[in-house]
Write a protein that binds this ligand. Structure first.
Ligand SMILES: NC(=O)C1=CN([C@@H]2O[C@H](COP(=O)(O)OP(=O)(O)OC[C@H]3O[C@@H](n4cnc5c(N)ncnc54)[C@H](OP(=O)(O)O)[C@@H]3O)[C@@H](O)[C@H]2O)C=CC1
Ligand SMILES: O=C1O[C@H](COP(=O)(O)O)[C@@H](O)[C@H](O)[C@H]1O
Length: 488
C-alpha cells in the first residue's frame, strides 16, 4: 500500500473524548499495521496542563481500552507513544500561537520532517472559526516551502444551518485552499458504506433494477441503544436531525441514490452526491407534520446539561422523495434514534412484488425481495427471496442469501477513523464531504428545523428508553399522520 509523505499531525482538542477514544487509537492501529509515514509525529494541543509524559500516560489507557481484542505488543505501544507530544496552550488566544510555532519547528527539526502539516480540529465547533483565524494570523496556515503543504480536518457538526455552514466554508476558504479542507463524516469511513459503491457499480445485475421501475421503497436507519451520555450540552442544541440525519444518513442516501461517476475520483463522485441533494423534494410546512415524526425519550430532560423544558428530538423518522429520473415516486425513509432497543445501522432496498401472486401466502402479502446492506454491528449484505418449502404444495418461504463482510478474508476491518485519517495523510478527499454538498443538505433540512422551532412541543412525541414503541408502526404505516402516542 502507498505510504503517505512524511508529515506532522497537530490535534487541537487533544485532551478530549474524540481524541482519546477515536483518533489516537486509530493512529496507533495504523502504526501497528505499518501504515504511518516513515517519519511522522503527533502534537496534541489543548488547554489542560500535561507534560509530554503525563499526556502519554493519560492516553495510553485510552488506547489500551479501545484496542481490547486486537493484537499488538507493549513495545509497539511504547514506540507509538514516543512520537506523541503535547502542548498546553490556549487556542483562543493568537498571542499564544508562537508556542505552537516553536513546538512545530522543534519537532520538524527533530524528526527531519518536510513542512507538511495536518491540523485536526477535535474541539467544540465554536473553535472551528477561531483556530483557523489564529493560524492565519500567526502565519501557520500556509507553508513557505515549495514542496510543503497544509491540510485541515474539520469535525462535525459543520454548521448548524445553511447560513452558518456557508459562512464557515467561506471563512475556511479564506485561510486554506478548498483542496486542503477535509470535512469529516465518519460514516463514509465505514467499510460497508464504501462497499455500497462497489456493490452498485461493479455488478451488472443490480444496475437494471436500481430505479423506480423495480424498487418499492428504500429505508436507511441508524439506531443506538445509548442516550446522550456526557454530551448533553452539545446534543441539546443539535438534536437527532442535526446530529445524525443532516450528515451521516444523508451521505448514506447519496451513495445509494447517486448516478455512476464517469471515473472513480474524488471530484466526479462528489459531483454526483451534490446532484442527488439538489434533487431532494423540499418539504411544504404541512408535510413536515405528516411525513416526519420527531420524538424524545422519557428522561432525556433529566440528563446532565439538558434544559428541563427541552423540546430537542432524540428520534426522527421521515419519508421523503428524490425528484429525478431514477427515483421519481420512490419513497425514501430515514430512521434514527437514541435509547432504542438495538444498535444497528442499515440500508434496506425493498423491491417491488411480482405483478401477480401465484402462490398462497407468498411472503406475507408483500414482496419477497429485499436487499439489506448492514453497516453495523455485523457488516453484511443479504438478499431475501421466496423459495418453495419442501414437500407437498407450493408454500413459499422467504429465505436469505447472506454475506458477512468479515468472511471475505482474514484481513482486519479498519475503523472508520483509521481509513479517514490515512486518506487525509495521503491527500485523498474522496470520502470527505464537499462544501456544496453540505450546504445543499442544510437547505433541505433548514425548513424542518425552522418549523419545529416554531411548533415547540406541539407534535413532539415521547418514547420509553429501550422501546421502539409506536415508531415501528409509524414506519410500516409510513407516517401518513401523527400517531396518538403523545405522553410524558
Ligand atoms: N466524541 C465523539 O464521539 C465525537 C465528537 N465529534 C466532534 O468532535 C469535537 C470534539 O468532541 P469531543 O472530543 O467529544 O469533545 P470534548 O468536550 O471531550 O473535548 C473537547 C476538546 O476541546 C478542548 N476545548 C474545550 N473547550 C475549549 C475552548 N473553549 N477553547 C479551546 N479548547 C477547548 C478541550 O480541552 P481543554 O479544555 O483542555 O482545552 C478538549 O480537548 C466536537 O466538535 C464534536 O462535535 C464528532 C463525532 C463524534
Ligand atoms: O456522529 C455521531 O455518531 C455517533 C454514532 O456513530 P456510530 O459510528 O457509533 O454509529 C452518535 O452516537 C453521535 O451522537 C453522533 O454525534
Amino acid at each position: 500500500m502507498k505510504k503517505a509523505d512524511d508529515q506532522l499531525l497537530v490535534i487541537f482538542g487533544a485532551s478530549g473524548d474524540l481524541t482519546g477514544r477515536k483518533l489516537l487509537p486509530s493512529l496507533f492501529e495504523l502504526h501497528v499495521r505499518g501504515l504511518l509515514p516513515n517519519r511522522f509525529c503527533i502534537l496534541g494541543a489543548s488547554r489542560t496542563n500535561y507534560s509530554d509524559e503525563e499526556y502519554r500516560t493519560f492516553e495510553r489507557q485510552h488506547i489500551i481500552d479501545e484496542q481490547k481484542g486486537k493484537e499488538y505488543s507493549e513495545e509497539q505501544l511504547d514506540q507509538f507513544l514516543d512520537f506523541v507530544y503535547y502542548l498546553s496552550f490556549d487556542s483562543n488566544n493568537t498571542d499564544e500561537y508562537y508556542k505552537l510555532r516553536e513546538r512545530i519547528e522543534l519537532l520538524q527539526s527533530k524528526y527531519q520532517l518536510p513542512d507538511k502539516i495536518i491540523y485536526y480540529l477535535a474541539t467544540p465547533p465554536m473553535m472551528y472559526e477561531v483556530i483557523p483565524r489564529c493560524l492565519l494570523e500567526s502565519g501557520l496556515n500556509a507553508s513557505q516551502s515549495t514542496d510543503g503543504w497544509r491540510r485541515i480536518i474539520v469535525e462535525k457538526p459543520f454548521g448548524t444551518s445553511f447560513e452558518s455552514a456557508r459562512a464557515l466554508s467561506e471563512h475556511l476558504r479564506h485561510i486554506f485552499h478548498e483542496e486542503e479542507i477535509y470535512r469529516i463524516d465518519h460514516y463514509l469511513g465505514k467499510e460497508t458504506v464504501q462497499n455500497i459503491l462497489v456493490l452498485r457499480f461493479s455488478n451488472g445485475i443490480f444496475e437494471p433494477l436500481w430505479n423506480r421501475n423495480y424498487i418499492e421503497s428504500i429505508e436507511i436507519s441508524a439506531t443506538e441503544t445509548l442516550g446522550v451520555e456526557n454530551r448533553g450540552k452539545y446534543y441539546d442544541s443539535a438534536g437527532a436531525m442535526r446530529d445524525m440525519i443532516q450528515n451521516h444518513l444523508m451521505q448514506l442516501m447519496s451513495f445509494v441514490a447517486m448516478e455512476s461517476p464517469a471515473i472513480f475520483e474524488p471530484e466526479p463522485i462528489r459531483d454526483e452526491i451534490v446532484k442527488v441533494f439538489r434533487s431532494l423534494r423540499p418539504f411544504k410546512p404541512k408535510e413536515i407534520d405528516t411525513q416526519i415524526v420527531r420524538a424524545q425519550y422519557k428522561g432525556y430532560r433529566e440528563e446532565k446539561n439538558v434544559a428541563p423544558d427541552s423540546t430537542t428530538e432524540t428520534y426522527v423518522a421521515m419519508k421523503f422523495f428524490i425528484d429525478n429520473w431514477r427515483w421519481s415516486g420512490v419513497p425514501f425513509y430515514f430512521v434514527t434514534g437514541k435509547e432504542m432497543p438495538e444498535k444497528k445501522s442499515e440500508i434496506v432496498i425493498h423491491f417491488k412484488s411480482t405483478p401477480h401472486k401465484l402462490f398462497v401466502g407468498q411472503c406475507s402479502g408483500g414482496s419477497c425481495n429485499k436487499l439489506t446492506i448492514r453497516i453495523q454491528p455485523d457488516e453484511s449484505i443479504s438478499l431475501k427471496f421466496g423459495l418453495k418449502m419442501p414437500g407437498a404444495g407450493f408454500e413459499v418461504k422467504q429465505v436469505g442469501m447472506d454475506f458477512r463482510y468479515d468472511s471475505l478474508s482474514k484481513t482486519y476491518l479498519p475503523d472508520a477513523y483509521e481509513r479517514l485519517l490515512l486518506d487525509a495523510m495521503l491527500g485523498d478527499s474522496t470520502l470527505y464531504a464537499r462544501s456544496d454538498a453540505l450546504e445543499t443538505s442544510w437547505k433541505f433540512i433548514d425548513p424542518i428545523l425552522h418549523h419545529w422551532k416554531e411548533e415547540g412541543e406541539k407534535n413532539l412525541f415521547y418514547y420509553q428508553p429501550g422501546e421502539n414503541g409506536p415508531f415501528q408502526k409509524i414506519m410500516l404505516g409510513m407516517v401518513e399522520k401523527p400517531c396518538s402516542c403523545k405522553s410524558k
